[in-house]
Structures are given as C-alpha cells and as structure tokens.
Write a protein that binds this ligand. Structure first.
Ligand SMILES: *Cc1c(COP(=O)(O)O)cnc(C)c1O
Length: 390
C-alpha cells in the first residue's frame, strides 16, 4: 500500500486542474502581452483567473499579483514593504514559528539596517496579543504573522492581529499558504494588507502563487523588467499555471465543507488511535485551533529520521519534525519554539491529510506506527531505563 500523508509539503494536482491547464501549453500558448488573437486569448484566461481568485478571497482583482509561489510572495511582501516605508521606520514584528521564506527574508533585512522582533509562542503555538502590542514602537512599519503553521497546524487569531495593526497604522502581512483551501478567507474582514498564497498546497501546480496587496499599500516592485502585473512584478505570465491555480482554488472552496469534514474525521481518528495505542506520545499544536488535516506527534525515545525511513519502507510518506532531511541535525525551530526539549523534538512526525486519503490508509498507518515505534524503542537505551523504572 502506498500512503501519501505529506500534503503540507505539497499536494497532487487534481485531474480537473490539469485538464484546464493543458491547452495553454500546446494550443493557446500566446504571450499575454501580444496583441493578436493568440495573445488576447492568454490575456483573457489571465483576467478570468485573476477574477476568480480575487472573488474567492474577497479582494478586488486589481489587488492580486501573480508570483512564482509562496516564497516569492512572502519575500516580496516583506522586503517590498520594508524598502518602500523605510522613511517611516525600520522595525518589523514577526514570530519565531514562521516559514523560512519569512524568517530568512527578515534576517536578510536585519543585515541591512532593519530591526526585527521575533515573538514567542505558547506551548500550543499561539502568539500572545499583549506581547504583540507591547512590541510595537514608533518605528514599526510591518507585522508579518502566518495564518496557520505548516508544521503543527496552529491557527493564529488573524482578525485580532489585523485590528491591532490597523489601530496602530502598521501594515499587516500574513502568510496564508497553509490556510488556503482549508479556511474561508476574506481579506477585508481580516484587516490584512498583504496575503501570500501558493497553488501547490491546494492541489494546483508547483511554481505559482499570488500576493494580495491592498489598494494604497506602499510597496516596491520585486522583479524588475517588463510591465507585467502593473509594473510591479515583471516576467511573462505563467498562464497555464495561473489557470490551474484558479481552477484549484475554485474546487477547494466549492467543496470546503465536504473537504473539512472528511480530513477532520481522518485526523481525529489518527490522533485518537495513536494516542490510545502508543505510549509516551505527545500531540503538538493546538487541540482545537488547528488545520483540519494536520497531525503532529512527538514520540519519546525515537529518532524522527529513523521513523520516517521505516515508514517509507512500508510505503508511507510523512515528514519529520526536524530539519535532518535538509542535512542539518537541528530540530525544527517551530517545535523548539513551543518548548519541546531537543530530545523529544527529534522524535517528531507530521502527517498531513488531503481529500485523497482514506480511513483504510489511516488504519494502515496506525498499524505500522505501532510496530515501528515499538521496534525502534527496543533499540533505545533510554527506553530501557524507563521500562526498568516501572
Ligand atoms: C509551502 C509554504 C511556503 C512556500 O511556498 P512555495 O510555493 O513552496 O514557495 C510558504 N509558507 C508556508 C506556510 C508554506 O507552507
């Protein structure tokens, strides 16, 4: 059996999405800036896609800018606002649990004269609104806080953060990459000024995303070149992918309730079965305020890397809570920020669900986890001590 439970890393492109994209590679391949029919057709598809996506987000189509994905949208929002508002101040507020696209963009700005406050989170991964208020200075120009965390699934109080930003006349950007397709989003209700999305996290293609920029926000362009995207983001538009992203977001919101009911049922079963059947396990992330498809466990006395490899051998794809996979032995910054000791953070496993997962798959994963965790623990000297103490 092959089980894919790493949908927070990327998702399968839905068949309906691919079907809409294909003509734009081979037949309707015109450059959207060209004036002849082929070009106009591309331009029309681009406009329709922009309208669809903007409509779902409650934005004006003029406020939506296509990018190469979530990382570019995050980088653009942060560096673009910082550069354009430097005369007003040099202080940015973010959190310790952001995606690296946000954290590393902030670190880059710190090396270039900006100051950044990284807010702590509590053991569930939530920021404290009073701490946010307390961090604001007369130099603060931007608050960037993610909507939902990609590792532990915790959902922040974006509404309230938006209000605080608005009251203080500070721009508010949110990385909504994990939230899109899981949570109903209206940029006007949320009081956000900038919001990042990425198609491959909601069954669209990789390499395409968008940045919502509220009308009136002062921001520098990110890619210089042609006049595309109202002179703000140069480069021949990736029409096929943009069409795919529009179809994917449309499908996601048409079936939102169904999707959420399905993945939440699987998520809750997975959590219950694992907690019931395996000892010394911790569920990371908020118990209620979490993404419908996110599960993140820490198994004591186990190396996450060994667990992932064993799961892979029985056809299960998940993700570890450490960055070992990227060649470093540091546990994830998110798990450390919620206060997990290194040892426990190392034994973490994220399983993220999609519409395509089934109850049968959940049973298969639980069954295999029981055996694998037991086998790995038998090899652990630390676990030996625990058993002897009993
Ligand atoms: C995946 C992800 C990104 C990066 O998006 P890409 O399109 O892969 O560049 C940014 N933020 C979060 C929260 C993500 O999950």
């Amino acid at each position: 059996m092959n089980v894919y439970m790493d949908n927070a890393a990327t998702t399968a492109v839905k068949k309906e999405v691919l079907d809409e994209m294909i003509p734009f590679f081979t037949e309707k391949y015109g450059n959207a800036s060209s004036i002849y029919r082929l070009g106009r057709e591309s331009k029309k598809a681009l406009d329709q896609s922009r309208n669809k996506i903007a409509n779902i987000l409650g934005a004006d189509p003029k406020e939506l800018y296509f990018t190469s994905g979530g990382s570019e949208a995050d980088n653009w929002a942060i560096k673009g606002v910082a550069l354009a508002n430097r005369n007003k101040g040099n202080h940015i507020i973010t959190t310790k649990i952001e995606h690296h696209a946000v954290l590393h963009a902030c670190e880059y700005l710190e090396k270039n004269g900006f100051e950044v406050t990284y807010l702590d989170v509590d053991e569930d991964g939530l920021i404290n609104l009073d701490e946010l208020k307390g961090a604001i200075t007369d130099q603060t120009i931007l608050i960037t806080i993610m909507y939902a965390n990609n590792e532990i699934g915790t959902i922040q109080p974006i509404n309230e953060i938006g209000e605080i930003a608005k009251e203080n006349n500070i721009y508010f950007h949110t990385d909504a990459v994990q939230a899109i397709g899981n949570i109903e989003i209206d940029v006007k209700d949320l009081n956000v000024d900038l919001l990042s999305i990425s198609a491959h996290k909601f069954h669209g293609p990789k390499g395409v995303g968008a940045l919502y920029i509220r009308k009136g926000v002062k921001i520098h362009p990110y890619i210089h070149g042609g006049a595309q995207e109202k002179n703000r983001r140069a480069g021949t538009e990736n029409v096929a992918s943009i069409v795919g992203m529009a179809k994917a977001i449309e499908l996601a919101y048409e079936n939102l309730e169904e999707h959420n009911n399905h993945v939440m049922r699987l998520r809750d079963k997975l959590i219950k079965d694992v907690m019931d059947k395996i000892s010394h396990v911790r569920l990371n992330g908020h118990s209620q305020k979490r993404l419908p498809g996110n599960v993140n466990f820490s198994f004591e006395f186990i190396e996450g890397e060994a667990l992932l490899l064993s799961l892979d051998m029985v056809g299960i794809a998940g993700s570890s809570g450490s960055a070992c996979t990227s060649g470093s032995l540091d546990p994830s910054h998110v798990l450390l920020a919620i206060g997990l000791p290194h040892g426990i953070a190392h034994g973490s496993l994220r399983l993220s669900l999609s519409d395509f997962n089934t109850e049968e798959e959940v049973d298969y994963v639980v069954e295999n986890l029981i055996t694998i965790v037991d086998r790995l623990r038998q090899m652990s000297p630390l676990y030996e001590n625990v058993k002897e103490e009993k």
